[in-house]
Write a protein that binds this ligand. Structure first.
Ligand code: MF3
Ligand code: CO
Length: 247
């Protein structure tokens, strides 16, 4: 069953979304060469708590941090630690918080200093793929419309699509039905106004294959080439959508 949110629930998710974006604005101040990923996690944690929200990933199935930080060939679920960001890195921050029991989930990939043009394009095109997908959202559209739009956009830009991880419904739980894949799996489920979903393309510069790192959390590209991730929490409306974690 895919839940339809009430006006009250939607209002709370809007609030959660605003806090999520405020947290990004805060942590962006610290995103410079020389900073450790652990320090960024502390900034995120303290800001979320200060705002009366709950860091949703902390303790989730044993995940030990308030934000997933994935660098270069790390696709998702990197664990903040002693790693120091350096010029030429790309770093994705995947941040989920809840406010009065309702979740907002968003990811941004940042460029640290100078990167080759193809890596810059990877980061920009992953954001573009999100917008290609979200532009299909409205009541009556199917999940596969979103998936296909993302996949087509990625392939047109010479990028591959990670298939092991997918977008998802979101609300009083971080992960709800339905799955929202970034490739066409022929899901004909129709969207209805009041559904809330996280759309999150994870695109690779090289091949789509990924492997699990020794920490049993970090997912990396098999070929060691960079990967980018972009995500927002989105409300389905009668004629379109509202991005709840917008800019
Ligand atoms: N934002 C991630 C997602 O979209 C959640 C991180 S999962 C965790 O599903 F287990 F690491 F918390
Ligand atoms: Co998500």
């Amino acid at each position: 069953m895919i839940s339809i949110k009430s006006e009250r629930e939607i209002a709370l998710m809007r609030e959660a979304g605003k806090y999520n974006i405020k947290t990004f604005k805060e942590v962006e101040k610290y995103l410079k060469p020389g900073v450790t990923t652990k320090y960024l996690d502390k900034i995120v944690h303290d800001f979320i708590v200060k705002n009366g929200c709950v860091p949703a990933t902390l303790g989730y199935e044993g995940y030990p941090a308030s934000v997933c930080i994935s660098v270069n060939d790390e696709v998702v679920h990197g664990i903040p630690g002693k790693r120091v960001l350096k010029n030429g890195d790309i770093v994705s921050l995947d941040l989920v918080l809840s406010y009065k029991g309702y979740h907002a989930d968003a990811t941004r990939t940042y460029i640290i200093g100078d990167v080759p043009d193809e890596v810059k394009a990877l980061v920009e095109d992953t954001k573009g793929a999100f917008y290609a997908g979200v532009s299909c959202v409205k009541e009556g559209a199917r999940i596969r419309d979103i998936s296909r739009a993302i996949e087509d956009y990625a392939h047109k830009h010479g990028l591959s699509v990670v298939e092991e991880l997918v977008g998802h419904g979101i609300g009083s739980k971080m992960h709800e039905e339905p799955d929202v894949p970034n490739f066409d799996d022929n899901n004909r489920t129709k969207l209805k106004a009041g559904m809330t979903i996280a759309i999150e393309p994870m695109l690779n510069l090289g091949s789509k294959e990924v492997v699990m790192a020794d920490d049993d959390w970090t997912v990396k590209t098999l070929d060691g080439k960079p990967s980018a991730h972009y995500e927002n929490t989105v409300l389905v409306t009668k004629d379109g959508y509202e991005i709840l974690t917008g800019e």
